[in-house]
Design a protein around this ligand. Structure first.
Ligand code: C5P
Length: 223
């Protein structure tokens, strides 16, 4: 059996962007690289956990010893998340940059070039982390946030609204970190019921940040 601070735990991690089809050849997405989620998968594996990585379309190699399930859209990711949680999950970590909206109708044929403007109607996607937090077998829930201002206020608001246990927040007003970068700097906030102070993680490689985040989980009682 694995040893380490997460030995015996099953950790499910969402990572990367989602891709929302408009027609057979086009989609709406974002620039998420998936690096933070993949680094967390490795850190949780190294801490002894069994890890399931639910990955949107990214060009990263699957970490050794990690079970990877590829998904495309937000709705795919929600279905895969529910399945993984139903199967038994101790910690759910949501690093995916889920597209907030998808096309109301996916055109069956390629949309033809038309006049000078084209109107697309988008509808809201499900919030995956908030949905899983309402699950009967609720795992310890970890979310991420990227804020350009009022970081603490917005992060704590998100923590409460989505019923998370812990949230790791990037300050994206700094141009030198986040998204496609290899580095990150984060502040971690916990649900009030843990009575824990916020933890400031100074700028470091995403692998170092991931290891620190695993320590934060354990501090909140996941051991
Ligand atoms: O609300 P916002 O998108 O800023 O929240 C970010 C957090 O919520 C991240 O942990 C992200 O993975 C998760 N999220 C989600 N499903 C969505 C939107 C965000 O799981 N549809």
């Amino acid at each position: 059996p694995a040893s380490g601070i997460l030995a015996g735990k099953h950790v499910v991690i969402t990572a990367g962007p989602t891709r929302e089809a408009l027609d057979p050849v086009r989609y709406v997405s974002n620039h998420s690289s998936g690096k933070m989620g993949f680094a967390l998968a490795e850190a949780c594996r190294d801490a002894g956990a069994r890890v399931t990585l639910l990955a949107g379309p990214v060009s990263l190699a699957t970490p050794q010893g990690v079970t990877r399930i590829n998904v495309v859209s937000a709705r795919d990711l929600l279905a895969a998340s529910e399945q993984a949680v139903d199967a038994g999950c101790d910690v759910f970590i949501a690093t995916a940059a889920v597209a907030d909206y998808r096309a109301e109708h996916i055109a069956e044929q390629k949309i033809k070039k038309q006049g000078d403007s084209l109107t697309l109607t988008l509808v809201k996607n499900p919030d995956i982390v908030a949905s899983i937090a309402l699950h009967a077998k609720r795992p310890f829930m970890v979310g991420f946030a990227a804020e350009t201002q009022y970081m603490e206020e917005y992060a704590r608001g998100k923590l409460e609204r989505k019923q998370l246990d812990m949230i790791a927040c990037n300050d994206v007003s700094r141009g030198d970190i986040g998204f496609a970068s290899d580095d990150n700097a984060m502040t971690v906030f916990f649900s009030d019921r843990f009575g824990l102070e916020k933890v400031i993680l100074e700028k470091a490689n995403k692998h170092v940040i991931a290891t620190r985040l695993v320590e934060c989980l354990v501090q909140a009682g996941i051991n």
